[in-house]
Design a protein around this ligand. Structure first.
Ligand SMILES: Cc1cc2nc3c(=O)[nH]c(=O)nc-3n(C[C@H](O)[C@H](O)[C@H](O)COP(=O)(O)O)c2cc1C
Length: 338
């Protein structure tokens, strides 16, 4: 048992009467408040140097923080100290928005899973731009995830993404186009051929643009989307977002499964890897892939690379396993790389 699972996690999971969002807010605030000396100590303990290159960007190691953990980039300097080789902030939207009503985040502990229906709660693209301007370089590559503001009709989605893109692309090593969150009504229809074509047509150009896809698409829909990504010059694919499926849950977590939202963590491992393998095969390796979904132990990260990913990201695994998983995954990736 690690210090994290034995001592830190039990405290975090009891915070706010067991409210996961309270634990999240507390953790972010503590990480944001870390001083340079603490960060240096953590960095010495957790950071693994195993450089990789993908879509023209050099990464100190292959393991990134997935979108949604630090939506507004409030704790940015802490993530490289915890071992992450890159960080994806956001998803941000052109307009600041509160997200869905609470509760909207649920732990399914025996399944090492989470259900969330946050709904893109974020301070908006302009606020993130100001923060990044004040902060300066983070030390590791920075991805910025963009989504559609809830109040913007789907027909005006392109302009909405473009507003955020114009404010933020200058700070990003890559832009992630999030068209796969299940928690903004209609958003996933932007994965359709015509819609994603229009979006990429407007955004591709100055920095690498990657498309984040849902694990619930059929092979046929993924294949269509990939055709558009290749034709429109997308730099890669992030696979996958959370799932609407409820397979693979422990019996004890079944009552929680009825909560609306996207499921992440262990129950997603196999499906996310399957999508990564499909994308890799279908494109003949021409589109770099960031593999994300259910990486709960180091070996899962290596298997994502085996399936065709160039990089991986963690979210739910980090909640349950902490920074030991980041380090273990980075080492496992280093061993798996040619
Ligand atoms: C609470 C929560 C919030 C999330 N918010 C976002 C988000 O804003 N944008 C996004 O692209 N993905 C978001 N995700 C999805 C993760 O980035 C990741 O794709 C998904 O959780 C699968 O990885 P995991 O099993 O390692 O968690 C969120 C996930 C969780 C659990």
């Amino acid at each position: 048992m690690s210090v994290f699972t034995g001592a830190v996690r039990p405290v975090l999971f009891r915070l706010g009467g067991g409210d996961p969002e309270k634990a999240h807010e507390f953790t972010l605030a503590r990480l944001a408040a870390l001083g340079a000396r603490s960060r240096a100590l953590l960095h010495r303990r957790y950071a693994v140097q195993a450089p990789v290159e993908a879509f023209g960007v050099r990464f100190p190691n292959a393991v990134g923080l997935a979108a949604g953990m630090d939506k507004n980039g409030v704790a940015l300097p802490a993530w490289p100290a915890l071992g992450f080789g890159f960080v994806e902030v956001g998803t941000v939207t052109a307009r600041a928005q509160p997200g869905n009503d609470r509760p909207r985040l649920f732990r399914l502990r025996d399944s090492e899973a989470v259900i969330n229906r946050m709904g893109f709660n974020n301070a908006g693209a302009a606020a993130l731009a100001s923060r990044l301007e004040a902060l300066g370089p983070v030390g590791v590559p920075l991805g910025i995830s963009l989504g559609k503001s809830k109040v913007t009709p789907l027909e005006e989605a392109v302009e909405d993404y473009l507003t955020s893109y114009n404010l933020l692309h200058g700070y990003a090593d890559y832009i992630a186009v999030n068209v796969s969150s299940p928690n903004t009504p209609g958003l996933r229809t932007l994965q359709d051929k015509a819609a994603i074509g229009a979006l990429l047509g407007a955004l591709v150009g100055r920095v690498p643009v990657l498309v984040k896809i849902a694990p619930d698409l059929t092979d046929e829909a993924v294949a269509e989307l990939l055709e558009v990504c290749l034709a429109r010059g997308a730099a890669g694919v992030i696979a996958t977002n959370t799932t609407l499926a409820r397979d693979g849950l422990a019996e004890t977590d079944r009552p929680r499964a009825a909560e609306a939202g996207g499921l992440s963590g262990r129950p997603l491992t196999a499906r996310a890897r399957e999508v990564v393998r499909f994308v890799h095969t279908e494109t003949g390796g021409r589109l770099p892939i960031i593999g994300v979904g259910g990486i709960a132990e180091p070996d899962d990260a290596a298997r994502m690379l085996d399936a065709g990913a160039s990089l991986v990201q963690l979210y739910t695994g980090f909640i349950y396993r902490g920074p030991d998983l980041v380090k273990g995954a980075a080492r496992a990736c280093a061993r798996a790389l040619p």
